[in-house]
Design a binder for this molecule. Structure first.
Ligand SMILES: [Zn+2]
Length: 390
């Protein structure tokens, strides 16, 4: 006789997000704290830049053309400030997307790219004005997301909605289809509290958390180009969507496993009911009927045992697929021995993929500078092909 125990084992996969150094090209997503600049400081900033950047090639990019800087005092104060913020030696190889507040004027997005030899190219955009994001309902309907949930004192305020909208707008139709119905949760803090976002797979379900920390560098950093900047928090949402994408085959395998567990449990219940009936018939001395039911039990028992063993194996396979599925395997192949596009992504292939996926959408030029083969792979839909849904 079979025992009617549930085969379902709880599975919880947390994809942690919260950062080692060798000179190389990378995208710098760490915060840059700075005091607001003012036009009154321009001469002083120009003279500091002149001495601190001595011996380095410095250029400014404007309207698609790059020209060397011949006189620092002619540069806008926001560009001078950005050059100085990124000027220390530790930033060699970096691209930094900075928001530079200028007293009495507003904030300017400035991108600075530092070569491994220390040469710098700065590009400033027009004065920053974030668009007004869509309402919660419009975001949900427009993108076909799951519910927009909230916990604690957090809510889907303008910066949160702008982060979500900026991220979702960047996805292709096929990516949106794969990530549709995601419940997004706005929550105060993750664990540890340095976490900006988190994608959680719990059995067949999933949730994407956006924490307060995602908005910490909202005033000092952006992502994308200075002429079309996105809030840095959009990078957090895209990063977590990257995790959702690579864990999808594992999660779906888990869904199939759960359905099979339910079916096996149902079959066990009816088997057990039949056993009960057999016992009753035997007690009532209804021999021929009992014999018939007994024969059925003899046939069904081993088949059910076999099915239960197969379903357990299926659960183990889903777990392995969730840890490292076909998307990560394909990404790893393209990445080769190259490091992740950001320092943060260096900790694992999962984080490397999430950072590349986020940059591919938010700042493809930045990804192309650091990992051109990875950018080409995304553009050719390599990640979707690996998913088997491209
Ligand atoms: Zn992550």
């Amino acid at each position: 006789m079979l025992r009617s125990t549930a085969v379902l084992a709880a599975l919880l996969l947390l994809t942690a997000c919260g950062s080692t150094q060798k000179p190389r090209a990378y995208y710098d997503s760490t915060g840059f704290q700075q005091a607001p600049a003012s036009n009154a400081q321009r001469a002083a900033l120009a003279s500091t830049a002149k001495s601190r950047l001595k011996g380095r090639k410095v250029a400014v990019r404007q309207n698609g053309k790059t020209a060397p800087v011949t006189a620092f005092e002619k540069l806008p104060v926001a560009v001078l400030q950005a050059l100085l913020v990124v000027s220390d030696d530790g930033r060699k190889g970096a691209e930094a997307d900075l928001l530079i507040p200028v007293k009495g004027e507003g904030t300017y997005p400035v991108t600075v790219v530092v070569d491994l030899n220390g040469s710098m190219v700065a590009e400033a955009g027009p004065k920053l004005r974030w668009p007004t994001p869509k309402s919660e309902g419009d975001l949900q309907r427009g993108f076909g997301t799951g519910p927009l949930q909230k916990t604690g004192r957090s809510h889907w305020d303008e910066p949160s909605r702008l982060a979500l909208q900026s991220a979702l707008e960047r996805l292709s139709a096929a990516e949106r289809k794969a990530l549709v119905a995601m419940p997004f949760v706005r929550a105060p803090n993750g664990k540890p509290k340095e976490r900006a976002g988190q994608h959680i797979v719990q059995n067949c379900g999933e949730k994407l958390f956006v924490y307060d920390r995602a908005f910490q560098s909202q005033g000092v950093q952006f992502v994308g180009t200075p002429s079309a900047p996105l809030p840095a928090s959009a990078m957090v949402v895209l990063h977590e969507l990257g995790h959702a994408l690579h864990s999808r085959p594992g999660r779906l395998a888990y869904c199939a496993y759960e359905r099979e567990v339910a079916a096996v449990n149902k079959a066990k219940a009816s088997y057990n009911a039949k056993v009960k009936r057999y016992n009753q018939l035997a007690k009532q001395n209804k021999r021929s009927e009992a014999q018939k039911v007994g024969k059925e039990l003899e046939r069904e028992g081993p088949a059910l045992e076999k099915r239960a063993a197969a379903v357990k194996k299926r659960g183990d396979q889903a777990g392995a697929l969730l840890r490292k599925g076909p998307v990560l395997a394909a990404y790893q192949k393209v990445l080769g021995k190259k490091p992740a596009p950001t320092r943060y992504g260096e900790q694992s292939v999962q984080e490397s993929f999430a950072e590349s996926f986020a940059l591919y959408h938010a700042d493809p030029d930045a990804l192309g500078r650091v990992l051109p083969a990875v950018l080409a792979w995304f553009r050719a839909g390599g990640h979707l092909k690996a998913l088997g849904e491209g």
